[in-house]
Design a protein around this ligand. Structure first.
Ligand code: HGY
Ligand code: MN
Ligand code: MN
Length: 405
Protein backbone atom coordinates (compact mmCIF):
# COMPACT_ATOMS: atom_id res chain seq x y z
CA UNK A 1 0.00 0.00 0.00
CA UNK A 2 1.34 3.47 -0.88
CA UNK A 3 2.14 5.95 1.91
CA UNK A 4 -0.72 8.29 0.88
CA UNK A 5 -3.14 5.37 1.10
CA UNK A 6 -1.67 4.42 4.48
CA UNK A 7 -2.19 8.02 5.65
CA UNK A 8 -5.87 7.90 4.74
CA UNK A 9 -6.26 4.47 6.38
CA UNK A 10 -4.61 5.74 9.55
CA UNK A 11 -6.99 8.70 9.72
CA UNK A 12 -9.80 6.18 9.54
CA UNK A 13 -8.24 4.07 12.31
CA UNK A 14 -7.86 7.15 14.50
CA UNK A 15 -11.52 7.99 13.92
CA UNK A 16 -12.39 4.81 15.84
CA UNK A 17 -10.89 6.41 18.95
CA UNK A 18 -13.94 8.27 20.21
CA UNK A 19 -15.98 8.93 23.34
CA UNK A 20 -19.20 8.71 21.32
CA UNK A 21 -19.75 5.50 19.31
CA UNK A 22 -21.00 6.41 15.85
CA UNK A 23 -19.41 9.88 16.02
CA UNK A 24 -15.84 11.19 16.30
CA UNK A 25 -15.50 12.96 19.64
CA UNK A 26 -11.98 12.84 21.09
CA UNK A 27 -11.57 15.25 24.02
CA UNK A 28 -8.43 16.19 25.90
CA UNK A 29 -7.10 13.59 28.38
CA UNK A 30 -9.87 11.11 27.60
CA UNK A 31 -9.86 7.35 27.04
CA UNK A 32 -10.37 8.15 23.35
CA UNK A 33 -7.17 10.20 23.47
CA UNK A 34 -5.32 7.29 25.11
CA UNK A 35 -6.56 5.11 22.26
CA UNK A 36 -5.37 7.61 19.65
CA UNK A 37 -1.98 8.05 21.29
CA UNK A 38 -1.40 4.30 21.36
CA UNK A 39 -1.87 4.23 17.57
CA UNK A 40 0.12 7.40 16.85
CA UNK A 41 2.90 6.26 19.18
CA UNK A 42 3.18 2.98 17.27
CA UNK A 43 3.30 4.79 13.93
CA UNK A 44 5.99 7.14 15.24
CA UNK A 45 8.00 4.14 16.43
CA UNK A 46 7.67 2.43 13.04
CA UNK A 47 9.10 5.59 11.46
CA UNK A 48 12.23 5.31 13.62
CA UNK A 49 11.25 7.97 16.12
CA UNK A 50 11.74 7.90 19.85
CA UNK A 51 8.38 8.60 21.45
CA UNK A 52 7.69 10.51 24.65
CA UNK A 53 4.60 12.04 26.24
CA UNK A 54 4.83 15.28 28.18
CA UNK A 55 2.88 16.38 31.24
CA UNK A 56 0.03 18.12 29.42
CA UNK A 57 -0.33 14.98 27.34
CA UNK A 58 1.28 15.85 23.99
CA UNK A 59 2.86 12.91 22.20
CA UNK A 60 6.30 13.76 20.80
CA UNK A 61 8.19 11.68 18.23
CA UNK A 62 11.84 12.58 17.61
CA UNK A 63 13.89 11.58 14.57
CA UNK A 64 17.53 12.55 15.06
CA UNK A 65 19.61 14.41 12.50
CA UNK A 66 23.30 15.03 11.93
CA UNK A 67 23.03 18.60 13.21
CA UNK A 68 21.87 20.15 16.50
CA UNK A 69 18.89 22.19 15.34
CA UNK A 70 15.34 20.80 15.22
CA UNK A 71 12.43 21.28 12.87
CA UNK A 72 9.04 20.84 14.54
CA UNK A 73 6.18 19.27 12.58
CA UNK A 74 2.74 18.29 13.80
CA UNK A 75 -0.82 19.20 14.55
CA UNK A 76 -3.49 18.12 17.06
CA UNK A 77 -5.23 14.78 17.61
CA UNK A 78 -8.08 15.98 19.78
CA UNK A 79 -11.36 16.85 18.05
CA UNK A 80 -14.54 18.84 18.31
CA UNK A 81 -17.76 16.93 19.03
CA UNK A 82 -19.05 14.87 16.08
CA UNK A 83 -15.94 15.81 14.13
CA UNK A 84 -14.44 14.80 10.82
CA UNK A 85 -11.53 12.38 10.41
CA UNK A 86 -8.89 14.82 9.16
CA UNK A 87 -8.94 18.09 11.19
CA UNK A 88 -5.70 17.61 13.12
CA UNK A 89 -4.84 13.94 12.56
CA UNK A 90 -4.01 14.48 8.88
CA UNK A 91 -1.19 16.85 9.82
CA UNK A 92 0.31 14.48 12.38
CA UNK A 93 0.07 11.44 10.12
CA UNK A 94 1.50 13.19 7.04
CA UNK A 95 4.41 14.39 9.20
CA UNK A 96 5.03 10.83 10.43
CA UNK A 97 4.90 9.59 6.81
CA UNK A 98 7.52 12.16 5.75
CA UNK A 99 9.80 10.86 8.50
CA UNK A 100 8.95 7.28 7.51
CA UNK A 101 10.31 8.07 4.04
CA UNK A 102 13.61 9.21 5.53
CA UNK A 103 13.76 6.22 7.85
CA UNK A 104 13.03 3.75 5.05
CA UNK A 105 15.87 5.29 3.03
CA UNK A 106 18.07 5.24 6.15
CA UNK A 107 18.57 9.00 5.71
CA UNK A 108 19.39 11.62 8.31
CA UNK A 109 18.97 15.31 7.55
CA UNK A 110 21.27 18.00 8.97
CA UNK A 111 18.59 18.68 11.58
CA UNK A 112 16.41 16.62 13.87
CA UNK A 113 12.67 16.41 13.27
CA UNK A 114 10.24 16.36 16.17
CA UNK A 115 6.63 15.50 15.38
CA UNK A 116 4.18 16.90 17.95
CA UNK A 117 0.72 15.37 18.32
CA UNK A 118 -0.92 18.06 20.42
CA UNK A 119 -3.30 16.97 23.15
CA UNK A 120 -5.87 19.75 22.93
CA UNK A 121 -6.24 22.34 20.22
CA UNK A 122 -10.04 22.57 20.06
CA UNK A 123 -10.80 23.17 23.73
CA UNK A 124 -13.77 20.79 23.63
CA UNK A 125 -13.44 19.53 27.22
CA UNK A 126 -12.37 22.69 29.06
CA UNK A 127 -13.26 25.50 26.67
CA UNK A 128 -9.69 26.83 26.58
CA UNK A 129 -7.86 26.43 23.30
CA UNK A 130 -4.36 25.24 22.41
CA UNK A 131 -3.52 23.59 25.76
CA UNK A 132 -0.94 21.29 24.13
CA UNK A 133 0.87 23.89 22.06
CA UNK A 134 0.72 26.41 24.91
CA UNK A 135 2.54 23.94 27.13
CA UNK A 136 5.14 23.27 24.43
CA UNK A 137 5.62 27.00 23.82
CA UNK A 138 5.85 27.83 27.52
CA UNK A 139 2.59 29.79 27.34
CA UNK A 140 0.42 27.55 29.50
CA UNK A 141 -1.68 29.49 32.02
CA UNK A 142 -1.71 27.54 35.32
CA UNK A 143 -5.06 29.12 36.13
CA UNK A 144 -6.50 26.83 33.45
CA UNK A 145 -5.79 23.90 35.78
CA UNK A 146 -8.76 25.11 37.84
CA UNK A 147 -11.17 24.80 34.91
CA UNK A 148 -13.90 22.20 35.42
CA UNK A 149 -15.44 20.04 32.68
CA UNK A 150 -19.12 19.17 32.24
CA UNK A 151 -18.70 16.25 34.67
CA UNK A 152 -17.17 18.52 37.32
CA UNK A 153 -13.65 17.15 36.83
CA UNK A 154 -10.91 19.73 37.30
CA UNK A 155 -8.28 19.92 34.55
CA UNK A 156 -5.51 19.15 37.04
CA UNK A 157 -7.29 15.93 38.03
CA UNK A 158 -7.85 14.99 34.38
CA UNK A 159 -4.15 15.50 33.63
CA UNK A 160 -3.17 13.33 36.60
CA UNK A 161 -5.63 10.61 35.60
CA UNK A 162 -4.19 10.73 32.08
CA UNK A 163 -0.68 10.12 33.43
CA UNK A 164 0.71 13.67 33.52
CA UNK A 165 1.81 15.88 36.40
CA UNK A 166 -0.05 19.21 36.42
CA UNK A 167 2.59 20.66 38.74
CA UNK A 168 5.30 20.10 36.13
CA UNK A 169 3.69 21.39 32.93
CA UNK A 170 6.27 24.12 32.88
CA UNK A 171 8.80 21.40 32.01
CA UNK A 172 6.93 20.76 28.75
CA UNK A 173 8.21 24.00 27.25
CA UNK A 174 10.62 23.47 24.37
CA UNK A 175 14.17 23.16 25.77
CA UNK A 176 15.68 21.27 22.88
CA UNK A 177 17.91 23.98 21.46
CA UNK A 178 17.67 25.86 18.18
CA UNK A 179 14.49 25.55 16.19
CA UNK A 180 14.36 25.83 12.40
CA UNK A 181 10.63 26.38 12.61
CA UNK A 182 7.28 24.71 13.06
CA UNK A 183 5.42 23.45 9.98
CA UNK A 184 1.86 22.12 10.03
CA UNK A 185 -0.07 20.31 7.33
CA UNK A 186 -3.81 20.86 7.79
CA UNK A 187 -7.01 20.60 5.79
CA UNK A 188 -8.09 24.01 4.52
CA UNK A 189 -11.52 23.82 6.17
CA UNK A 190 -12.67 26.32 3.56
CA UNK A 191 -13.69 26.44 -0.13
CA UNK A 192 -10.79 28.30 -1.78
CA UNK A 193 -8.55 25.45 -2.94
CA UNK A 194 -11.50 23.49 -4.31
CA UNK A 195 -12.79 26.58 -6.13
CA UNK A 196 -9.35 27.11 -7.69
CA UNK A 197 -8.89 23.44 -8.53
CA UNK A 198 -5.76 23.17 -6.39
CA UNK A 199 -4.74 20.21 -4.20
CA UNK A 200 -2.66 22.28 -1.77
CA UNK A 201 -1.99 25.88 -0.81
CA UNK A 202 0.42 27.81 1.41
CA UNK A 203 -1.01 29.79 4.33
CA UNK A 204 -0.03 33.48 4.48
CA UNK A 205 -1.61 34.37 7.85
CA UNK A 206 -4.02 33.07 10.50
CA UNK A 207 -6.96 35.21 11.59
CA UNK A 208 -7.04 36.59 15.13
CA UNK A 209 -9.64 35.07 17.43
CA UNK A 210 -11.52 36.17 20.56
CA UNK A 211 -13.58 33.78 22.67
CA UNK A 212 -15.98 34.74 25.50
CA UNK A 213 -18.49 33.06 27.76
CA UNK A 214 -21.57 35.28 28.28
CA UNK A 215 -24.24 34.53 30.88
CA UNK A 216 -27.63 36.24 30.99
CA UNK A 217 -29.45 35.99 34.33
CA UNK A 218 -33.19 36.66 34.54
CA UNK A 219 -35.99 35.13 36.54
CA UNK A 220 -37.42 31.63 36.12
CA UNK A 221 -41.19 31.64 36.16
CA UNK A 222 -44.37 29.85 35.22
CA UNK A 223 -44.81 29.76 31.43
CA UNK A 224 -48.57 29.91 31.84
CA UNK A 225 -49.04 32.69 34.34
CA UNK A 226 -46.35 35.36 33.91
CA UNK A 227 -47.55 38.06 31.47
CA UNK A 228 -45.10 38.80 28.64
CA UNK A 229 -44.34 42.33 29.89
CA UNK A 230 -43.42 40.97 33.34
CA UNK A 231 -40.86 38.50 32.15
CA UNK A 232 -37.09 38.50 32.62
CA UNK A 233 -36.45 35.79 30.06
CA UNK A 234 -32.73 34.87 29.93
CA UNK A 235 -33.08 32.83 26.76
CA UNK A 236 -34.83 35.62 24.87
CA UNK A 237 -31.92 37.88 25.85
CA UNK A 238 -29.40 35.33 24.57
CA UNK A 239 -31.34 34.90 21.36
CA UNK A 240 -31.39 38.66 20.75
CA UNK A 241 -27.64 38.72 21.35
CA UNK A 242 -26.97 35.84 18.97
CA UNK A 243 -28.82 37.65 16.18
CA UNK A 244 -26.96 40.86 17.03
CA UNK A 245 -23.64 39.01 16.72
CA UNK A 246 -24.65 37.63 13.32
CA UNK A 247 -25.72 41.09 12.11
CA UNK A 248 -22.57 42.82 13.41
CA UNK A 249 -20.27 40.39 11.61
CA UNK A 250 -22.22 40.71 8.38
CA UNK A 251 -21.44 44.45 8.30
CA UNK A 252 -17.65 43.91 8.28
CA UNK A 253 -16.00 42.22 5.30
CA UNK A 254 -13.98 39.23 6.47
CA UNK A 255 -15.47 39.28 10.00
CA UNK A 256 -17.06 36.18 11.51
CA UNK A 257 -18.94 35.90 14.80
CA UNK A 258 -20.39 32.66 16.12
CA UNK A 259 -22.53 31.75 19.09
CA UNK A 260 -21.67 28.06 19.05
CA UNK A 261 -22.92 26.86 22.41
CA UNK A 262 -26.03 27.83 24.37
CA UNK A 263 -27.07 26.34 27.69
CA UNK A 264 -30.45 27.18 29.19
CA UNK A 265 -31.62 26.70 32.79
CA UNK A 266 -33.75 25.12 33.99
CA UNK A 267 -34.39 23.96 30.40
CA UNK A 268 -37.98 22.85 30.99
CA UNK A 269 -40.85 23.41 28.56
CA UNK A 270 -43.15 25.18 31.01
CA UNK A 271 -40.58 27.36 32.80
CA UNK A 272 -39.40 30.77 31.63
CA UNK A 273 -35.58 30.45 31.37
CA UNK A 274 -33.90 32.03 34.36
CA UNK A 275 -30.32 31.65 33.09
CA UNK A 276 -28.65 31.24 29.72
CA UNK A 277 -24.95 30.76 29.03
CA UNK A 278 -23.52 31.16 25.56
CA UNK A 279 -20.12 31.25 23.86
CA UNK A 280 -19.01 34.01 21.51
CA UNK A 281 -16.23 33.38 18.97
CA UNK A 282 -15.15 36.36 16.82
CA UNK A 283 -12.42 36.42 14.17
CA UNK A 284 -10.83 38.70 11.63
CA UNK A 285 -7.45 38.89 9.90
CA UNK A 286 -7.10 42.48 11.16
CA UNK A 287 -6.84 42.63 14.96
CA UNK A 288 -8.21 46.18 15.32
CA UNK A 289 -11.35 45.29 13.33
CA UNK A 290 -11.88 42.15 15.39
CA UNK A 291 -11.43 43.99 18.70
CA UNK A 292 -13.66 46.91 17.68
CA UNK A 293 -16.54 44.67 16.52
CA UNK A 294 -16.16 42.44 19.56
CA UNK A 295 -16.15 45.36 22.00
CA UNK A 296 -19.28 46.76 20.36
CA UNK A 297 -20.94 43.37 20.73
CA UNK A 298 -20.08 43.17 24.43
CA UNK A 299 -21.58 46.64 24.91
CA UNK A 300 -24.68 45.39 23.05
CA UNK A 301 -24.92 42.48 25.50
CA UNK A 302 -25.04 45.00 28.35
CA UNK A 303 -27.79 47.04 26.66
CA UNK A 304 -29.86 43.92 25.87
CA UNK A 305 -29.61 42.96 29.53
CA UNK A 306 -30.63 46.43 30.65
CA UNK A 307 -33.66 46.58 28.35
CA UNK A 308 -34.81 43.13 29.43
CA UNK A 309 -34.07 43.71 33.15
CA UNK A 310 -31.48 40.91 33.10
CA UNK A 311 -28.00 40.88 34.50
CA UNK A 312 -25.15 39.80 32.28
CA UNK A 313 -21.75 38.32 33.13
CA UNK A 314 -19.04 38.44 30.45
CA UNK A 315 -16.03 36.16 30.92
CA UNK A 316 -13.09 36.26 28.49
CA UNK A 317 -11.93 32.72 27.60
CA UNK A 318 -9.09 33.31 25.17
CA UNK A 319 -7.69 35.83 22.74
CA UNK A 320 -5.17 35.17 19.99
CA UNK A 321 -3.92 37.95 17.73
CA UNK A 322 -3.59 37.33 13.99
CA UNK A 323 -0.37 35.51 13.10
CA UNK A 324 1.66 36.02 9.91
CA UNK A 325 3.46 32.92 8.68
CA UNK A 326 7.22 33.22 8.28
CA UNK A 327 8.20 34.54 4.83
CA UNK A 328 11.17 32.12 4.91
CA UNK A 329 8.94 29.06 5.43
CA UNK A 330 6.26 30.40 3.07
CA UNK A 331 8.84 30.71 0.35
CA UNK A 332 10.27 27.20 0.94
CA UNK A 333 6.77 25.69 0.96
CA UNK A 334 5.89 27.67 -2.17
CA UNK A 335 9.03 26.41 -3.91
CA UNK A 336 8.21 22.84 -2.87
CA UNK A 337 4.66 23.23 -4.23
CA UNK A 338 5.96 24.64 -7.53
CA UNK A 339 8.28 21.65 -7.91
CA UNK A 340 5.22 19.39 -7.84
CA UNK A 341 4.02 21.34 -10.90
CA UNK A 342 1.15 22.76 -8.85
CA UNK A 343 0.25 26.46 -9.05
CA UNK A 344 1.51 27.87 -5.72
CA UNK A 345 -1.48 29.66 -4.15
CA UNK A 346 -1.21 31.61 -0.90
CA UNK A 347 -4.29 32.03 1.27
CA UNK A 348 -5.23 33.20 4.78
CA UNK A 349 -6.62 30.82 7.39
CA UNK A 350 -9.90 31.70 9.14
CA UNK A 351 -9.44 28.65 11.34
CA UNK A 352 -7.04 28.73 14.25
CA UNK A 353 -4.17 26.24 14.42
CA UNK A 354 -1.48 25.24 16.89
CA UNK A 355 0.83 27.29 14.69
CA UNK A 356 -0.79 30.36 16.28
CA UNK A 357 0.80 29.53 19.62
CA UNK A 358 3.94 27.95 18.18
CA UNK A 359 4.66 31.27 16.43
CA UNK A 360 5.80 32.55 19.85
CA UNK A 361 8.51 29.88 19.82
CA UNK A 362 9.61 29.65 16.17
CA UNK A 363 8.90 30.67 12.59
CA UNK A 364 5.72 28.94 11.45
CA UNK A 365 4.44 27.67 8.12
CA UNK A 366 1.24 25.86 7.18
CA UNK A 367 0.45 23.77 4.12
CA UNK A 368 -3.28 23.50 3.41
CA UNK A 369 -4.82 20.46 1.79
CA UNK A 370 -8.03 20.75 -0.23
CA UNK A 371 -11.07 19.28 1.51
CA UNK A 372 -14.35 18.46 -0.20
CA UNK A 373 -16.76 21.41 -0.17
CA UNK A 374 -14.49 23.08 2.38
CA UNK A 375 -16.51 21.16 4.97
CA UNK A 376 -14.94 20.66 8.40
CA UNK A 377 -15.98 20.25 12.05
CA UNK A 378 -18.44 17.85 10.49
CA UNK A 379 -18.38 14.07 9.88
CA UNK A 380 -18.61 14.81 6.14
CA UNK A 381 -15.02 16.13 6.19
CA UNK A 382 -13.09 14.43 3.38
CA UNK A 383 -9.85 14.56 1.35
CA UNK A 384 -8.59 12.54 -1.62
CA UNK A 385 -5.63 10.18 -1.63
CA UNK A 386 -4.26 12.10 -4.63
CA UNK A 387 -4.26 15.41 -2.72
CA UNK A 388 -2.68 13.75 0.31
CA UNK A 389 0.03 12.37 -2.00
CA UNK A 390 0.77 15.90 -3.23
CA UNK A 391 0.87 17.22 0.34
CA UNK A 392 3.29 14.46 1.39
CA UNK A 393 5.54 15.15 -1.61
CA UNK A 394 5.49 18.88 -0.86
CA UNK A 395 6.42 18.25 2.77
CA UNK A 396 9.21 15.84 1.79
CA UNK A 397 10.53 18.40 -0.70
CA UNK A 398 10.23 21.16 1.91
CA UNK A 399 12.49 19.10 4.21
CA UNK A 400 15.07 18.72 1.46
CA UNK A 401 15.01 22.43 0.61
CA UNK A 402 15.39 23.29 4.29
CA UNK A 403 18.30 20.86 4.53
CA UNK A 404 20.04 22.69 1.69
CA UNK A 405 19.79 26.10 3.36
O1 HGY B 1 -11.64 26.93 16.03
C1 HGY B 1 -10.71 26.75 15.26
O2 HGY B 1 -10.42 27.58 14.41
C2 HGY B 1 -9.91 25.50 15.33
O3 HGY B 1 -10.62 24.47 14.72
N1 HGY B 1 -9.63 25.16 16.70
MN1 MN C 1 -10.73 22.30 14.34
MN1 MN D 1 -7.48 21.83 13.43
Amino acid sequence: MTLPRIIIERCHYLAECTEEPGAITRPFASDAMQCAQALVGDWMGEAGMTVTRDNIGNLRGRYGGTGDATLLLGSHIDSVRDAGKYDGPLGVIVAIAAVQRLHDADRRLPFAIEVLAFADEEGLRYGSTYLGSRAAAGKFDPRDLERVDAAGIKMAEAIRAFGGDPERIDEDRWRGGDLLGYCEVHIEQGPVLEARGLPVGVVSAIAGQSRFEIEFIGMAGHAGTVPMDHRRDALAGAAEFALAAEAAAATQHGMVATVGKLEVEPGVANVIPGRSKLTLDTRHSDDKTRVDVTDALLTRAQSIAKTRRLTVEIRPVSENPAVHCSPRLVSLLTQAVKEQRVEPAQLPSGAGHDAVVMSSLADVGILFVRCKGGVSHNPAESVTTEDVAVALDVLSRFLELLAKQ
